[in-house]
Design a protein around this ligand. Structure first.
Ligand SMILES: [Zn+2]
Length: 464
């Protein structure tokens, strides 16, 4: 890097002398972000260990319970949501046995009162497997990955019909279980929670309870991923796409306060929520570790007028995103299983692409591992506005992790979807980008540890 920098400097000084121009802003550019990651053997290895055959086995087992409607039987060992709940508890517990006592599994149960899609009070149970972080300064920092194990046929309140839910959402549930199985053997600085929730089809009941509990207990959830409908690589539009997954992230936070909206209108940032930074991080890391997979960022909280289990987390101020296949097939979602004019309806496992699900799980796992190995995103990142200048003065709080090596300033044109440039600035808590105006670029700060693990980017707020 040093050699290259020197050469750039010489070139630029010649440019300055011969042309007499003021240095263009691009003179500050160092290297594109796409080359910014150091491959971590641990992440590369765990990505490899994710096995499509395990995912297929889990999905077929979940489908074998006939229905997993939240209102279905709780105590029948063979049919209904109770059978699925107990099966998942057993499987997550098996995964925990690989963790040397670091992973614990619990049933998070609550009674859901009567509601729009809940005709009588109903017990709802989430299966929650917590893999505790091993770095004391990071162990309270928590990342959540989730799928919903309940299913529905045509009607959300029909507890009797067959509702195989092979894609919606046995696919997401199986991916989360496979991540737990693989990742339990590895150590991470921060804590990862692997979760299978119920009551999604009844109105995000399980995830709402989990998010509310986390908020009440003050859990520091720095990211939440929901995997919902990640199983089908052939869309109802006839498009087969086996190498792209959509990651939905909101631009303006669901819990934005009016005074925060005023600041945002003053400085920009409707494309720079913490959830959007998370989506950029997932794209960077996922595509780096999972060859051939593309992350299609969608600048929406969820699909058009639709919702998912990340929303209760967003509403409580936790950054969250949704993973979903690129082209959905509505013949296989929320349908009674039937053959009609030669067309098969119903969410049957034969419409799942298990290798595709494994790849989506790998993107998740790489991003989760990268998050949980890296330092926290820097806090209280600010643009100091004390002077009117063409420079940009940035400051932030020092990270508390002992292995933080340095910080990087990243930037991009205001019209760019992703961060395009980075500059290492050492172990400092302020830095001035000379001759680069905050009017013309978006800036951010991230923390890097001694092994080269990088945090997500923090977007600055203005301070005087
Ligand atoms: Zn779903």
């Amino acid at each position: 890097m040093k050699l290259r920098r020197r050469r750039t400097a010489i070139f630029l000084s010649i440019l300055t002398v011969t042309s007499g121009f003021v240095l263009p802003a691009s003179a500050n550019r160092r290297r594109p972000l796409s080359t910014a990651y150091v491959s971590q053997p641990q992440i590369a290895q765990l990505v490899k260990e994710i096995d499509a055959r395990n995912i297929e086995r889990t999905i077929r087992k979940l489908v074998s319970f006939g229905t997993r409607n939240t209102l279905s039987a709780q105590n029948d060992p063979n049919r209904g949501i109770g059978a699925a709940r107990d099966y998942l508890f057993t499987e997550f517990s098996k995964a925990a046995q690989q963790s040397g006592g670091r992973m614990t599994v619990e049933k998070q149960t609550f009674e859901q009162p009567k509601a729009a899609r809940v005709p009588t009070p109903t017990m709802v149970t989430n299966i929650v497997a917590t893999l505790r972080g091993t770095q004391p300064e990071s162990a309270s920092r928590t990342y959540v990955v989730s799928g919903h194990y309940d299913s529905m046929c045509g009607s959300p309140t029909d507890a009797v019909c067959d509702a195989p839910g092979g894609n919606d959402d046995a696919s997401g549930t199986a991916a989360v279980l496979e991540m737990a199985r693989v990742m339990a053997k590895y150590e991470f600085d921060a804590t990862i929670i692997f979760m299978a929730v119920a009551g999604e089809e009844q109105g995000l009941l399980g995830s709402t309870y989990a998010a509310e509990q986390a908020k009440m207990k003050g859990v520091d959830i720095e990211a939440m991923f929901t995997n919902d409908i990640i199983g089908n690589s052939l869309g109802g539009n006839g498009v087969r796409n086996t190498n792209t997954v959509r990651v939905f992230s909101e631009g303006v936070p669901s819990n934005e306060k009016p005074e925060e909206a005023t600041v945002r209108r003053g400085v920009g940032g409707e494309n720079d929520s913490t959830s959007r930074q998370l989506a950029r991080f997932i794209k960077d890391v996922g595509e780096f570790y999972v060859g051939g997979m593309k992350v299609m960022m969608v600048y929406r909280r969820d699909r058009y007028l639709r919702g998912g289990d990340h929303i209760p987390f967003l509403e409580r101020g936790f950054p969250a995103v949704r993973f979903t296949e690129t082209n959905e097939n509505y013949n296989h979602q929320h349908q009674n299983v039937r053959l009609e004019n030669g067309v098969q309806y119903g969410d049957l496992p034969e419409f799942d692409d298990f290798n595709y699900i494994a790849n989506v799980a790998r993107v998740n796992a790489a991003a989760l591992a990268a998050l949980a190995l890296a330092p926290a995103r820097p806090k209280n990142v600010a643009v100091v506005t004390a002077r009117l200048t063409n420079d940009t003065d940035l400051k932030w709080d020092a990270n508390k992790e002992p292995d933080v090596l340095r910080y990087e300033i990243v930037w991009r044109d205001t019209t760019s979807p992703v961060w395009t440039n980075a500059r290492a600035v050492g172990k400092v808590t302020s830095y001035t980008m000379l001759r680069m105006s905050k009017d013309n670029y978006f800036f951010g700060v991230r923390a890097i540890d001694k092994q080269g693990n990088k945090s997500p980017v923090s977007f600055p707020h203005p301070v005087r």
